[in-house]
Ligand binder design. Structure first.
Ligand SMILES: [Cu+2]
Length: 470
């Protein structure tokens, strides 16, 4: 019961006796199903005696403890309704496993025999599909095709030997659209048998999910196909996503699964990486190339490896800019360049209490954090040491620092940039006005076709449209 002892040292974790989930008579046959109420990163679970690997940490998540039963590693997942804090200020009624969504990360070693008990406490049937695994057909978890669906209140068991190492996912193949839209998913990390094979010092994992919440509601629309408005790393959005604390010169791996309905080009600042692993296994080194952004398509896993050799606070985010925003109206009109006075007059005529904004871009929204409906997050939010960060959704920060202890994942706070290494204002009065080509300083105004409000000159925009000269 090594894993349980390690687990008990973790914080904010509550163990639930097996008797509570399956009845006392089954307590020996079925392992306990631990549960957690915390949406914060839990400490990694050290490998058991006789196995050697660098354990993963799950952003805003945890690793599922197991027990040994003979030479089988036994896990117990309970599919059930959960309340998930998406970020401080917003809680969602979702479905998940063992008290949270996504479910806990399952961690094991190539060659392990694993046995996963699955108890269904949802209001409808379910299954678990083991995404990316090479396994016997009857363990693949496709309801109706490879097994009967798991009825409400029943416990099924999956048993298979882990053939290869890598990064995989689990999710239902039973009322799949609804159950995945409700948050039923998790990650599986299988370490190589050879502990030195592509070993890293820090190993992070998370799964991406998306939701459509109408403002002020706590239940996502499960039939949404395209218009999602909450884009998450492990069912969290910025500023609720854990940072990635990394020791300077650590070898780092970040494993990312995508169970949303669109691809996510994930970008890391200040470093170059290579995709080392997919849900199809390890990418041979001869087939890797350096990159700073990698697309993670729908229903896939990408793991990136790199050496964190640049100290600092480095943004790590999806490069679709709508995915680094929280809930917002998607029919917002672009008002950039519309004089605020004109705009205010027009807005006042239809809505006396409304605020006219947007004529200088939307950056001001990041500072203002205006009152919102209950249980909704600001579209752009979060503050750094230099001001508003104006992000949301799929955005967090990798914090590379000298001298962190191994397995120390506490937030080290903002980076102290060495003096003289931060972008700063230039004293133009002393330096002299910079030369520009004639006429550039007062760019000619442009009337946009179809917008004939008075006073619509658009300073700062290039000549173009019907007045343009080429
Ligand atoms: Cu994205």
């Amino acid at each position: 019961m090594l894993s349980r002892r390690n687990f008990l040292t973790g914080s904010a974790v509550v163990l639930t006796g097996a008797a509570m989930v399956s009845g006392r008579s089954q307590a020996v046959a079925i392992p306990e199903a631990p549960t957690t109420a915390s949406p914060s990163m839990q400490p990694p679970v050290a490998p058991p005696a006789g196995q050697d690997y660098q354990p993963v940490v799950t952003l805003n998540g945890w690793t599922l403890p197991w027990r040994m039963n003979g030479d089988w590693k036994e896990f117990h997942l309970v599919a059930e309704p959960v309340v998930r804090e998406i970020a401080p200020g917003m809680k969602a009624n979702l479905w998940g496993y063992n008290g949270q969504t996504p479910g806990p990360t399952i961690e094991a070693v190539e060659g392990d025999k694993i046995r996963v008990f699955v108890t269904n406490k949802l209001p409808e049937k379910t299954t678990i599909h083991w995404h990316g695994f090479l396994l016997p057909n009857g363990m693949d978890g496709v309801g109706g095709l490879t097994q009967p669906h798991i009825p409400v209140g029943k416990t099924f068991v999956y048993e298979f030997v882990l053939k290869g190492s890598g990064t995989f996912m689990y999710h239902p193949h039973s009322d799949e659209m609804v159950q995945m839209a409700m948050g039923m998913m998790g990650m599986v990390v299988v370490h190589p048998k050879d502990p030195n094979f592509r070993r890293v010092d820090r190993d992070f994992v998370f799964v991406m999910s998306s939701y459509r919440f109408d403002p002020g509601t706590a239940l996502p629309k499960v039939a949404e196909m395209t218009d999602f408005n909450i884009w998450t790393f492990n069912a969290r959005v910025f500023p609720g996503i854990d940072p990635l604390p990394v020791r300077l010169n650590d070898r780092v791996r970040i494993r990312m699964g995508n169970l949303t309905m669109t691809a996510h080009p994930i970008h890391l600042h200040g470093h170059h990486f290579a995709v080392s692993c997919t849900d199809g296994g390890w990418v041979p080194e001869s087939a890797q190339w350096p990159d700073a952004t990698t697309d993670v398509p729908v229903g896939t896993v990408r793991a990136i490896d790199f050496v964190a050799d640049a100290p600092g606070d480095w943004a790590f985010h999806c490069h679709k800019s709508h995915h680094t925003m929280n809930a917002m109206g998607h029919d917002v009109v672009n008002l950039i360049g519309v004089p605020r006075r004109t705009l205010a007059r027009a807005v006042k005529s239809v809505s006396p209490d409304a605020m006219a904004m947007g004529s200088d871009g939307m950056g001001m929204m990041g500072e203002m954090e205006m009152p919102l409906p209950d249980n909704t997050l600001p579209m752009m939010t979060g503050f750094g040491q230099f001001g508003p960060i104006e992000m949301g959704g799929m955005f967090t920060v990798m914090k590379v620092r000298e001298g962190l202890a191994a397995n120390d994942y506490k937030d080290p706070g903002p980076y102290k940039n060495p003096p003289g290494t931060v972008a700063h204002e230039v004293n133009v009065a002393q330096a002299g006005e910079p030369a520009r080509q004639p006429g550039a300083a007062e760019s000619p105004g442009t009337k946009m076709p179809g917008m004939d409000m008075p006073g619509m000159d658009m300073p700062g925009m290039k000549p173009g449209g019907h007045q343009g000269h080429h």
